[in-house]
Design a protein around this ligand. Structure first.
Ligand code: N01
Length: 555
């Protein structure tokens, strides 16, 4: 291991271990990236992972109720048909321990761990323009060099813990949902606060309310929830799906969002109120994302159509919550339906009927400070034994800019993205040659079923690396024109929708000072895949390729 002082400029650090590729992160994306590069291309790969085992998102997010909102039969790798046949999911929506077991199984099956260095964070990486290689520094002080640097860092991996005054004075225990203790937390006889009401809190709140003596929820913006309707899947359905995986994979890869869920191909305004009610009921009863991404096709484009969907959900809240004052507080009023990520719930609104649950409207009474005893909001002090921050993430860009990534001329990614992410296809960044991002900003990413987008990116990147090897090339970089055109396109597609109207994490609006930019590509998983394939088919159009293996220090 080459240990190099933190002060030594990375670009001047030579004589260090060399790899063909360094992959940052051993979640869904890093694991598959390793398999592709090592086992299919025969490259030397080092994966660095902050956690002490594989799993990424599913390693860290162990909070009570943690469960995936995509259906299990498609929330998995599809690259190995045998694996698809072998693995049995126990429920419609897989819960965190089960997904972690699955990822461990994959790590064993493909013997991945021997090339993953755990408990090691990549802290910095700099591109060396002389050798066309990345110099990578880790939290252990180790420096290695790699031709390719692949950020498999996840999109929701940098927790957002708001800077609440006085947190350090709190005498109880506090946790962020993203950094949940391995052994779990016992809420028995405890007074518990949950801050936040996003998709995570919606899973946490009903669970904690069952154990805690008293649960107080601090809500700044209410959520439009729909029922998950989790449960066992009919064995006949499981069998039919197993028999049809080729068809399923084809359909999800070419879909809008990576699910087998499709918009109703007409306007909500074209149906009579009775027909609309029937369509809404059907989706409400089906549970899951059907109400969100399987609704009328103009729901995310037309405010009038959107209002019809929103009104249906508001009626459901009023019908579920007994106290009309509480119900009104729980009804979203400040953003169009579906423009924040759809939370799926199991008894979320019902939870506010329980005698031990209190809702504090943090929009009217903002959290002022954390005190030794609890939380002061709206001039009142609430006392707690435990505070849970379900306050989300510095999404998409945060995990990347929190690494000191420096491209040509030592320019940092944070500087480059000061006014929002600029990328080509969400895969590459001008000025950062040989760097690839998996599900980066500007790709469908968080607006899709993640494993579908992850597999597409991993396969595209490994095909690209293979092309470089075959053509004896050592450097690939997005051209400024291609990057500018793509970044403009991502924005124009988002601007045509209502999605930009919410203060969502998709917009960076949850982080004070973060530029307000819609960060995912909304053109659809299928359309996007075609565009990426065309780029590859045209010799990586929009990229400048160069160098030779001789000039560039081996492969
Ligand atoms: O985070 P969020 P999340 N004072 O940002 C509130 C994925 N996920 O962890 O809306 C008071 O959505 C904030 O309020 P506001 C999924 O993609 C996946 O819940 O900003 N409140 C909000 O209510 C999801 O979208 C699964 O006004 C403050 C909450 O904290 C993403 O993770 C399951 C505050 C944060 O909500 C993030 O969800 C769960 C403050 N200072 C989650 N700061 C799966 O299915 C923030 N808040 C895989």
């Amino acid at each position: 291991m080459a240990i190099v002082p933190e002060s030594a400029p990375l670009s001047l650090t030579r004589s260090v271990p060399e790899f063909d590729a360094v992959v940052i992160g051993a979640g869904f994306s890093g694991m598959y990236m390793l398999h592709r590069l090592r086992d299919m291309l025969g490259l030397s790969v080092r994966v660095y992972e902050d956690g002490d085992d594989v799993g990424g998102t599913w390693y860290w997010n162990r909070y009570p109720g943690a469960r995936c909102d995509s259906e299990s039969y498609i929330y998995c790798y599809t690259f190995d048909r045998q694996l698809l046949q072998e693995w049995q999911w126990s429920e419609r929506y897989p819960e965190q321990p089960e997904i972690l077991r699955y990822l461990n199984h994959v790590a064993d099956r493909f013997d991945l761990r021997r090339d993953i260095q755990f408990s090691t964070r990549v802290t910095a990486a700099a591109f060396d323009e002389e050798t066309n290689r990345w110099q990578v520094r880790t939290s252990l002080g180790e420096v290695v060099s790699a031709r390719y640097l692949i950020a498999a860092v996840g999109t929701l991996s940098k927790a957002n813990l708001p800077k609440f005054r006085g947190l350090e004075t709190f005498r109880g225990k506090w946790y962020h949902t993203n950094q949940w203790p391995q052994g779990g937390v016992d809420f028995t006889a405890k007074r518990v606060a949950v801050v936040g009401t996003g998709a995570t809190a919606v899973q946490v709140i009903p669970e904690v309310s069952q154990q805690a003596k008293q649960l107080t929820v601090f809500q700044r913006t209410p959520a439009f929830c729909v029922p998950a309707r989790n449960g066992k899947v009919d064995p006949e359905v499981v069998k039919a799906r197993k028999a049809d995986y080729d068809g399923i994979v084809e359909r999800i890869r070419n879909s809008q969002f990576g699910h087998e869920i499709y918009f109703i191909e007409k306007s909500a305004l074209d149906d009579s109120p009775e027909e609309r009610q029937r369509e809404f009921d059907k989706r409400w009863d089906a549970g899951g994302f059907a109400f969100w991404i399987g609704n009328y096709q103009d729901m995310l484009f037309n405010q009038e159509a959107n209002d019809l969907c929103a009104d249906y959900l508001k009626r459901k809240i009023r019908a579920t919550v007994n106290d009309p004052v509480v119900a009104e507080k729980l009804i979203p009023k400040t953003y169009p339906y579906g423009t924040k990520r759809q939370p799926l719930d199991t008894n979320y609104f019902e939870t506010f009927n329980k005698a031990n649950v209190l809702l504090v409207d943090a929009a009217d009474a903002p959290i002022e400070e954390i005190t030794p005893k609890g939380i002061r909001a709206g001039g009142e002090e609430y006392e707690f034994d435990i505070i849970i921050f379900a306050t989300g993430f510095d999404a998409l860009t945060g995990p990347l800019t929190s690494i000191d990534l420096r491209g040509r001329a030592g320019k940092s990614l944070s500087e480059k993205w000061a006014d929002g992410p600029h990328t080509y296809l969400g895969l590459a960044v001008t000025g950062f040659p040989n760097l690839f991002m998996i599900t980066g900003p500007g790709s469908p990413s968080v607006m899709s079923n993640m494993p579908v987008s992850i597999e597409q990116h991993v396969e595209w990147i490994s095909d690209c690396v293979n092309y470089m090897l075959k053509h004896n090339l050592t450097v690939i970089e997005a051209t400024p024109a291609a990057e500018a055109e793509w970044t403009f396109h991502v924005a124009e597609v988002a601007d045509a929708t209502l999605m930009t109207r919410a203060n969502s994490w998709y917009m960076g609006a949850n982080m004070p000072g973060k530029p307000r930019v819609f960060m995912a590509y909304l053109g659809g998983v299928g359309v996007y895949r075609q565009k990426c394939d065309e780029v590859a088919a045209h010799g990586y159009k929009g990229f400048a390729l160069g160098g030779t293996a001789q000039s560039g220090n081996g492969r």
